[in-house]
Design a protein around this ligand. Structure first.
Ligand code: FE
Length: 672
């Protein structure tokens, strides 16, 4: 990777963009504008390694025969390219080519022509470091809308790449800490506050206040961004939730219906890596997606363990290989709901086992019987005659947070997410556990309420809202936004489903409660991507930052477990809606309510157990407002609060938790 200081690159664009490598940006140098320039400290690594030791012969660079000058640099200990395995020069290294959708070369100046085409509104698939990215002009609303249409991604936000930090500041409010993340060697996508007056079209992230922005992290990006002169959408080269395309032929085949042109090169990618996504909250960098630049850097465990493989969950999956004190959490693999992602998962496991010389002696997986990761784990355990440790999903979330903080517990574990298979076979997701890395006890949860239509309710939060209100025996007033979406006939069907228990699985999910409130007050009743209703409720809450109000909730004890009753909460939400309070006020009050709920439950559990440490995990804690409010309230109440720093709080961290539990001898639900 190039550092971002130094001389400017010709041809100039506005604003002029500095580039670091003197050779890269010096016209007389043979590497001038060569897009595969690197040195010993930068350039591709994990994306090109097939095996260790890290020698050129074990990388996809082995097909490029070193020319005399390249070999001299490589052999010279005084050279910055001494033993730089991907070292290359224009004479003998990888080359770029711009092609049409049939793979036919279309220009001699590949980058120059690609820049022209992007300015004309075309979509180009660009082979990058860990896979293909799809690019278009981020200021061109029609181009972005067309990319959405072709990618079958109607609303989920896209990331944007800009040439320099100075240019990024034209589009977003960027703190010093965020600037530090953007310009760090890992160069992740950073979620920052979108600025009024930015020329980036709202179509990039409809309805959101945060913009995912990144800086160039390869020489190719540096040259392209400077020649194109506008911010570029840079989104994973895939269709919907499939894995990112890796090979040229694969890209032409899979992305042929999306891209107009392909900017290809002949350096093969061995391992797929998506871009990492991070944000700053409560003074700390936090992961939303951990991949390029971070994985497989190990998480150091607070105990030693045998060699094991933890297979993760279903969505946003990662796996984790562990041995001794090290947990190697894989890069983001993706949603395990299609054969391409499963293949990516299994291939990457094979690669990691080879690279880290780990031969698992135990396999861990989720309790959910239908996850593809569970099936893989069962087959693998059977094939290799290994013990299989099945780990409850929310216990894994809390153990993940413990391992992330190098502690073993016990803690009061608050695990809030959308869906996780419970020990009772029901859908959990609003859980407070007494947990350590070995075992857990469920001490509190949201009351069970029905999801009429199951998956249909998750895609249509208005169904969840009406199901909840029906089950709680509440009146559904005329004009309620959730009712308007269902219609009278739709409501009758939902009522019948709930009354008779037809395809209405009960859930204690906090994610679904956010969905329900979002739909009840008309923020969002149907979604185009996961958690959209909850994310937009957070956006609404951000518009009432000083709101201090909250809603009532009732905590009842049943068989030693605290149950949070939500009837009074939702009644108060509807009362505010009837009184025409702003959505932002209601949303902020709801966030305050959930934070207060966490504190009340933790205090009650602390009084029984004497514990004063709380771990917050699960995808719901990606909600910055909730995380901030909960953290502040708990700390001011005298609790020590553990949150995530090394892995995401979402299901991308579950494999680490499974590994921590299996590695410390936790055997809950074991089928050894
Ligand atoms: Fe989860």
């Amino acid at each position: 990777m190039l550092r971002r200081t130094g001389t400017s690159l010709s041809p100039p664009t506005s604003p002029p963009a500095p580039i670091a490598s003197p050779r890269f940006s010096t016209p007389a140098d043979r590497r001038y504008l060569y897009p595969f320039t690197n040195c010993t400290n930068c350039g591709p690594r994990f994306t090109i390694i097939a095996d260790i030791p890290y020698d050129r012969a074990n990388t996809t660079m082995k097909v490029f025969r070193m020319c005399h000058r390249w070999q001299q640099e490589y052999d010279d200990p005084r050279s910055r390219r001494f033993h730089a395995q991907p070292n290359a020069c224009p004479d003998c290294g990888p080359r770029l080519e711009l092609t049409d959708v049939h793979g036919r070369k279309t220009a001699d100046d590949a980058i120059g022509r690609a820049a022209e085409l992007l300015r004309e509104g075309k979509i180009i698939a660009i082979k990058g470091l860990g896979g293909f990215l799809l690019a278009c002009d981020a200021a061109n609303r029609e181009a972005v809308a067309e990319l959405r249409r072709r990618k079958h991604r109607p609303a989920k936000p896209f990331a944007v790449m800009v040439a320099t930090l100075e240019e990024a500041r034209c589009h977003a409010e960027i703190s010093d800490a965020e600037a530090g993340l953007l310009t760090s060697p890992a160069a992740p996508i950073v979620l920052v506050n979108w600025k009024e007056g930015s020329t980036i079209t709202r179509e990039v992230a409809p309805g959101l206040k945060h913009l995912g922005i990144m800086l160039p992290y390869t020489p190719l990006h540096h040259i392209l961004l400077r020649r194109v002169g506008c911010p570029l959408v840079m989104t994973s080269g895939n269709l919907s939730e499939e894995p990112i395309a890796r090979d040229n032929a694969e890209a032409l085949s899979r992305l042929g219906g999306i891209a107009d042109y392909f900017l290809l090169h002949n350096r093969d990618i061995y391992s797929r890596y998506d871009d990492s996504v991070m944000l700053m909250e409560a003074g700390h960098p936090r992961f939303v997606r951990r991949a390029r630049g971070f994985a497989p850097h190990p998480v150091r465990l607070p105990f030693g363990c045998g060699q094991l493989l933890a297979c993760g969950a279903g969505e946003k999956n990662t796996f984790c290989l562990a041995r001794d004190n090290f947990a190697f959490v894989s890069q983001h693999i993706g949603d395990m709901d299609n054969s391409l992602t499963l293949q990516h998962f299994t291939e990457t496991i094979v690669l990691y086992e080879r690279l880290f010389r780990i031969k698992p002696e135990a396999i861990a997986c989720d309790l959910h019987p239908d996850y593809l990761t569970t099936r893989y784990a069962e087959e693998r355990a059977k094939m290799d005659c290994l013990p299989l440790v099945r780990v409850q999903h929310h216990h894994a979330h809390i153990a993940s947070c413990l391992a992330d903080n190098a502690v073993t517990g016990p803690v009061i574990g608050v695990a809030f997410d959308g869906t996780g298979y419970g020990s009772d076979g029901k859908i959990w997701g609003g859980e407070v556990l007494l947990a350590d890395c070995r075992s857990f006890r469920r001490l509190a949860h949201l009351e069970y309420l029905p999801l009429p239509g199951g998956e249909a309710a998750i895609r249509n939060p208005y169904r969840t809202a009406l199901g909840y209100l029906t089950a709680l025996g509440m009146d559904i007033p005329e004009g309620l936004p959730a009712l308007a979406l269902a219609g009278k006939a739709g409501l009758d069907i939902i009522r019948t489903q709930v009354a008779r228990g037809i395809n209405s699985p009960p859930t204690s999910s906090m994610g679904r409660l956010f969905d329900a409130v979002s739909a009840i007050i008309g923020v969002r009743g149907t979604i185009e991507y996961e958690a959209q209703a909850a994310i937009e409720l957070e956006v609404a809450a951000s518009e009432a930052p000083d709101e201090k109000g909250g809603y009532p909730f009732r905590v009842e004890e049943q068989n030693g477990i605290l149950i949070v009753r939500l009837g009074e909460t939702l009644s108060a939400v509807i009362r505010d809606w009837r009184e025409k309070r702003a959505q932002s006020t209601i949303a902020a009050r709801f966030h305050n309510t959930v934070a207060a709920m966490v504190v009340e439950l933790c205090q009650a559990i602390s009084a029984r157990t004497g514990l004063r440490a709380v771990a917050l995990s699960g995808g719901v804690f990606q909600n910055r407002i909730l995380l901030r409010k909960t953290n502040t309230l708990l700390e001011s109440g005298g609790f020590t609060v553990y949150t995530h720093h090394q892995v995401p709080p979402n299901d991308g961290g579950v494999s680490l938790g499974q590994a921590a539990i299996a590695g410390s001898g936790g055997v809950d639900h074991s089928t050894r």
